[in-house]
Structure formats: structure tokens, C-alpha cells
Design a binder for this molecule. Structure first.
Ligand code: HEM
Ligand code: HEM
Ligand code: HEM
Ligand SMILES: *[C@@H]1O[C@H](CO)[C@@H](O)[C@H](O)[C@H]1NC(C)=O
Length: 438
């Protein structure tokens, strides 16, 4: 059933450009990135010199204080829309003029005479959505340009909660702005109506963000995948495309992100290393095996959550974190087999085999790769500096602990000390001396 719906969604998604097209831009690869879309209605007079109609969608999580979209190459002289929460469940859309450049853009009252905030706008599920119709806008290119210059900027922080159009916003960060282009040939609408909501006169309550929408272009929910469907070959490499049929809201995505991040983080930074340290200190192979197999199960749960998350956010196999992650988890699957073979041979011969060294070193290297991949994941999600630091500190501490345990307990062989001679007898003797002298 689900498959059929998905196939149906795919077909509709591929037909979508024939009915209405919207150009999209997503500046950050994170699932919580602001998103911008524009559509030009048929017959619009909009050009570089003439005012005319254009539809604009700006969405972002409420973790942003304000998000802005501007028409032009740089702040100076551009026409900007700054969106923030109005404190009453809706958004304030403030049309501004870039003026001389690197200062706060001032309210543009003549622009505002043609700016309408459309139905479907609001603050819901932790997301600010602004659907805007502007009839007093001009472009910085022709209306058929394939690379029309636009700018974007955003600022994280607590909600502004003001209906004032001239609210004094604080400056964006040093990398919280972009200069990009829209391919306007991909933004031609079939009718002069809000392209971001279903054209049928449906009540806003139908505008459920978690329900399955079969027509991606008519899905009003500000979810990260559906709005990109009509624009699979946008010239912007950052914009994601997908024909995912079941696209949950930001809340759900953030829950998946949290669950994936916590399970994977705890598994690779704590569980696997502690299970390995346990083998070296307590030296009980079956308890070690039980801990590690449990960890591996946790990792597989984390993998499933990661894949789901990546499907929601169109990040499956288009970034090093998810590709590398799948490879690392797959490589971990071999490790219990190596452990078992080692144990089997060891109980027979009471000495280490090639498999012992494979199990030990393959395991250590894999753990390092997995911890690094968690770091890539945090980078990718880019949602908290504190989280990145905490992760680094805990990982560093465990690595130190591990290294000191390995150095202090340099006895080879399973169960430690029981075995004396073997292929690596020399090293064992050294270790014995070290033990005796300490
Ligand atoms: C060794 C395996 C892995 C580890 C240790 C790991 C760890 C992490 C961590 C710590 C985060 C950040 C979570 C947060 O900020 O709250 C993250 C994000 C993420 N991971 Fe993984 N992960 C692994 C494998 C995978 C795999 C196999 C996939 C998908 C195929 C995946 C997909 C994602 C996605 C899509 C994000 C969110 C990126 C965003 O929101 O922009 N991960 N991961
Ligand atoms: C209080 C409001 C604002 C202040 C004080 C401000 C200030 C600045 C400053 C100082 C820079 C130079 C930063 C650098 O080069 O590292 C800059 C660049 C930029 N800002 Fe803003 N800005 C504000 C609002 C906005 C808004 C609302 C937008 C977009 C809608 C925006 C878009 C940009 C862009 C695209 C750049 C790079 C291009 C350029 O230099 O113009 N800014 N801004
Ligand atoms: C995903 C599962 C597993 C992982 C990640 C893992 C990881 C490790 C690591 C990293 C070490 C080296 C500890 C050190 O630094 O000294 C180790 C040692 C060992 N593991 Fe595992 N292990 C796993 C499963 C198993 C299983 C199923 C067994 C079966 C009994 C096993 C038996 C052993 C033994 C006997 C040693 C000691 C080897 C020696 O020092 O000669 N492991 N394991
Ligand atoms: C937000 O304001 C616009 C314009 O007044 C309106 O059409 C829309 O329904 C409002 N949204 C909410 C959630 O009240």
C-alpha cells in the first residue's frame, strides 16, 4: 500500500513541473535550514525596470530569530523581506530596502503597499511560514533569467514576537548570509494564485503538516522535501530534491535527529570503547562479547533511524556522513565473527592467532572511524556548538582512558597472564618484565 502511494507520489512529482513550477533555495545542508521559494504568475510585468507580481515562500524553524530573502546581488540597493514571529501565532513580513549596504535595512513603505501575507502563513509545529505576494517588486534580472541574483540571511535566537514592521533586528553572523541565483525559467506558475497551498478552497485545518500529501507542489506544509520536488535540476547544488511522499514536520524530523544522534553517539563514544576496555581489564570474553553485541544492536537501531532521517531530509548518500556511516556499520558486522574465530582458536591453542590481531586492530580502527563519523554528523546537523564540544571532550577522555589501559595492561593473550609462549612470545616477555617492575 505504502509502496503504491509512493509510486503514485513519484508520478505526480514528475508531472508537477507541467502544472506549476517553483524555484527553491536551501542554504544549509542541515534539515533545519531556512528555505526559500519563488514563483512568477503568468502575465506578470515584473522585470528589472518594471514592478510586477511574484509569489515568495520563506520558512524556517522558530529557533531562528529572523530570516531574510532579498532581490539583488548584495545588501546595498536590494529589496528584502525579513520574516519573524509576531507573537500571536503568525509571522511579520517586513519589506525593507538595502540602502547603502552593511547596515540594518530600513522599512520600505512604498514596497509594502503591494505586499500581502497570504493564507497558509503562520507559526505552527515549531516552524515559521511566510507565503508572500508582492506586486511592487522588481528583479535584478529579466523574468526569464536562468541566474537571477538573490541574497539570503538569517539569525538564530529567541523569537522576536513583534508585529512592528520596523522592528530593529540584530545583525546576522559572519557566515549566516548567501548570495545565490534562482533559475526563473523554473518558476513560472500556471495561475495567479498562491502556489504554496492547494488551489482548491480548502480550510486551513486540512493543512496538516504530517499527513501524506499526494501533490508535492500543493503541499502547504513547510517540510524540507516536498517543496523541492518540482526543481530536480536546480543549478544550486545545495538545494535538495526528492519525491518523498510521506514527509513529516520539523518536530518529527528533529526527534529522529535527536534519537539517531544520541543512540549513535553513546554507542560509538561509550559502549564500544568501554566493552573493549572491559576485555583488557576484566578479561572475560563472554561478557565482552555480550556487551559488544548489545552495542552492535544499538548501532543497527541508530542506522535505521539515520536512514529514515536521511530519507526525510533528502540526505541519503549525498553527503560523506551518511555514506561513510553505512560503510562503517557494515564493517562492524564482521567484528563478532573475528572475535568468535579468535576465541575458538585461542581455546584450542592457548595462543594468539592472526585472527586475534585482526579482531583487536580492526576493532580499534573501526571505533576511531565511527567516532569521527559522529563528528561529521554533528557538523552536518550544525545545530549546537555545545554539543560538538561535549562530544569531542567525552570522546577525547575515553580515548585517553583506552590508551592508558592498553599501555598499562600490555599482556597478550586471552584471560591475561595465563598464557606464556606463542608467536608473540617476545612481546609477552617484555610485558611480563614491565608487570614485574611495576
Ligand atoms: C557510525 C555511524 C554513525 C554515527 C556515529 C552517527 C552520528 C550522528 C550524529 C552524532 C549526528 C548529529 C545529531 C545531532 O546533531 O543531534 C548525526 C546526524 C545525522 N546522521 Fe548520523 N551517524 C552515523 C551513521 C549515519 C548513517 C548510516 C546515516 C544515513 C544513512 C546517517 C544520517 C544522518 C543524518 C541525515 C543526520 C542529520 C544531518 C542534518 O540534520 O543535517 N548517519 N549522526
Ligand atoms: C541589522 C541588519 C543587518 C546588518 C547590520 C547587516 C550587516 C552586514 C555586514 C556588516 C555585512 C558584511 C559581512 C561580511 O562581509 O562578513 C553584511 C553582508 C551581507 N548581508 Fe547583511 N546585515 C543586516 C541584514 C541583512 C539582511 C536582512 C539580509 C538579507 C535579506 C542581509 C544579507 C547580507 C548579504 C547577502 C551579505 C553579503 C553581501 C554583501 O556584502 O552585501 N543582511 N551584512
Ligand atoms: C561488535 C562486536 C565486537 C567488537 C566491536 C569488539 C571489539 C574488541 C576490541 C576493540 C578488542 C581489543 C581490546 C584491546 O584494545 O585490547 C577486543 C578484544 C577481544 N574480543 Fe572482541 N569485540 C566484539 C565482539 C567479540 C566477540 C563476539 C567475541 C567472542 C568471544 C570477542 C572476543 C574478544 C576477545 C577474546 C578479545 C581479546 C583478544 C586478545 O587480547 O587477544 N569479541 N574486542
Ligand atoms: C496569518 O496572516 C495572514 C494574513 O492576514 C492570514 O491569511 C493567515 O491565515 C494568518 N495565519 C494564521 C495562522 O492566523
Amino acid at each position: 500500500m505504502k509502496r503504491w502511494l509512493q509510486a503514485y507520489g513519484l508520478v505526480l512529482a514528475s508531472l508537477a513541473p507541467l502544472t506549476a513550477a517553483i524555484a527553491n533555495y536551501t542554504p544549509l545542508s542541515s534539515s533545519t535550514s531556512p528555505k526559500y521559494s519563488v514563483g512568477i504568475p503568468p502575465g506578470s510585468t515584473i522585470s528589472q525596470s518594471t514592478k510586477g507580481g511574484i509569489y515568495i515562500s520563506i520558512t524556517a524553524p522558530t529557533s531562528y530569530q529572523w530570516v531574510g530573502l532579498g532581490i539583488g546581488r548584495q545588501m546595498a540597493g536590494s529589496t528584502m523581506f525579513v520574516v519573524y514571529a509576531d507573537g500571536a501565532g503568525n509571522v511579520t513580513v517586513s519589506g525593507r530596502n538595502g540602502g547603502q549596504g552593511h547596515n540594518e535595512p530600513a522599512l520600505d513603505t512604498s514596497l509594502m503597499t503591494g505586499v500581502t501575507v497570504l493564507a497558509g502563513s503562520g507559526v505552527a509545529n515549531g516552524v515559521m511560514t511566510a507565503f508572500v505576494h508582492c506586486t511592487t517588486c522588481t528583479l535584478a534580472s529579466t523574468a526569464s533569467s536562468t541566474s537571477s541574483p538573490w541574497i539570503a540571511a538569517w539569525n538564530e535566537g529567541s523569537s522576536i514576537n513583534s508585529k512592528s514592521l520596523s522592528y530593529s533586528i540584530s545583525q546576522h553572523g559572519g557566515n549566516a548570509f548567501r548570495q545565490f541565483s534562482f533559475d526563473l525559467t523554473k518558476s513560472t506558475l500556471s495561475s495567479d494564485s498562491n502556489p504554496f497551498v492547494a488551489s482548491s478552497p480548502s480550510p486551513p485545518s486540512k493543512v496538516s503538516s504530517s499527513g501524506a500529501s499526494l501533490n508535492p507542489t500543493a503541499n502547504p506544509s513547510p517540510n524540507p522535501t516536498s517543496s523541492s520536488s518540482s526543481d530536480p535540476d536546480s543549478d544550486d547544488p545545495d538545494s535538495q530534491s526528492s519525491s518523498n511522499d510521506f514527509t513529516p514536520d520539523f518536530k518529527t524530523i528533529e526527534q529522529y535527529l535527536k534519537a539517531h544522534g544520541i543512540i549513535m553517539g553513546v554507542t560509538v563514544v561509550l559502549l564500544f570503547p568501554l566493552g573493549s576496555i572491559f576485555m583488557r581489564t576484566v578479561r572475560h570474553p563472554w561478557i565482552h562479547a555480550a556487551i559488544q553485541i548489545f552495542s552492535l544492536c544499538a548501532m543497527i537501531v541508530g542506522l535505521a533511524l539515520g536512514v529514515k532521517l536521511a530519507q526525510f531530509t533528502s540526505m541519503l548518500f549525498n553527503n560523506s556522513h551518511s555514506i561513510f556511516g553505512v560503510v562503517v556499520v557494515a564493517l562492524f558486522m564482521i567484528q563478532p565473527v573475528l572475535g568468535l574465530i579468535h576465541h575458538h582458536l585461542y581455546t584450542k591453542t592457548q595462543s594468539r592467532s592472526i585472527f586475534s590481531h585482526l579482531h583487536v586492530w580492526y576493532g580499534r580502527i573501526l571505533m576511531i572511524l565511527a567516532v569521527l563519523n559522529g563528528g561529521f554528523g554533528l557538523r552536518l546537523a550544525a545545530n549546537s556548538k555545545k554539543g560538538e564540544i561535549a562530544y569531542g571532550v567525552v570522546a577525547g577522555f575515553i580515548a585517553l582512558l583506552y590508551a592508558s589501559v592498553v599501555l598499562l595492561k600490555r599482556r597478550g593473550g586471552e584471560g591475561g597472564g595465563r598464557r606464556r609462549l606463542g608467536v608473540f612470545g617476545k612481546r609477552d616477555k617484555d610485558a611480563g618484565q614491565r608487570d614485574a617492575s611495576s
